[in-house]
Write a protein that binds this ligand. Structure first.
Ligand code: URA
Ligand code: SF4
Length: 242
């Protein structure tokens, strides 16, 4: 696939994102997005899933082959691992709204196999308005970036998951904004021992998320008008709380 880094004829998703829309309306609208080249190759856009009143939003990178076929987030191998680590950490998948930083599957063909490919910075930026709209709509107490792509979408390009994983930061997106590794990094670990330790570390990060969920008061949602979205950059506003 040709990667256009500069002077792209694609404008980014802004023009396709309806303002002040419900999740249902957003989900319907994403299927016609032409904000970057990825829509041309994927089967469909895969939007986030979960309740609009979810207290926690978790963000992956991009749908994989299984998600592109099924039209649902995290249903493939990474999703199965995510289910297991959420359960081990004491978080119910049903209380989580799950989405991705980029909504269309990106791949390269190897024979007939479609191999996951990382979205470029440009594609990540192009797709961000959809994520912003989901987060604005849900206004969660807790946001968790799963992996570097999602973490950099929230905290900026210099954020390092390895240095800051498992810590809560206040951002424009949520009072407690966490980053940890992507579940597929556990699957990619080189041997059984490395896999087991990567899995334990991911569960430990998610257990800190669970603690914040248990400790924070039952949610009282601020009114839409009193919550102006995107006023400050996450980086300006970032400070450790844990
Ligand atoms: N990996 C992701 O980042 N998201 C999915 O939905 C599936 C795999
Ligand atoms: Fe639009 Fe995002 Fe799909 Fe690109 S990846 S076409 S910006 S929905």
């Amino acid at each position: 696939m040709a990667v256009r880094r500069q002077h792209s004829p694609y404008p980014g998703a802004d023009a396709w994102v309806p303002e002040h829309a419900s999740l249902r309306v957003l989900r319907a609208a994403v299927s016609s997005c032409h904000g970057c080249p990825l829509y041309r190759y994927a089967t469909r856009a895969v939007f986030g899933e979960g309740l609009a009143r979810a207290r926690v939003v978790m963000i992956g990178e991009v749908p994989g082959d299984a998600e592109d076929r099924a039209g649902h987030v995290f249903v493939g191998p990474a999703g199965r691992l995510l289910d297991e680590v959420l359960e081990a950490a004491g978080i119910e998948r049903d209380e989580v709204y799950l989405t991705n930083a980029v909504k269309h599957f990106k791949f390269t063909l190897r024979g007939k196999r479609r191999i996951h490919d990382k979205p470029t910075r440009y594609e990540q930026r192009a797709c961000k308005p959809w994520l912003n709209a989901e987060l604005e709509r849900i206004a969660p107490e807790v946001v968790v970036a799963l992996g570097a792509t999602a973490a950099q979408a929230l905290f900026g390009p210099h954020f390092k998951v390895t240095e800051s994983r498992g810590k809560a930061f206040a951002t424009e997106y949520a009072r407690y904004t966490f980053a940890t590794v992507h579940p597929s990094s556990v699957l990619r670990a080189p041997d059984a021992e490395a896999r087991a330790s990567a899995r334990r570390a991911l569960i430990a990060d998610l257990a800190r998320v669970a603690e914040h969920l248990r400790a924070s008061a039952p949610r009282s949602r601020p009114s839409r008008s009193s919550r102006s979205a995107g006023t400050k950059s996450a980086r300006d506003d970032q400070h450790g709380l844990a």
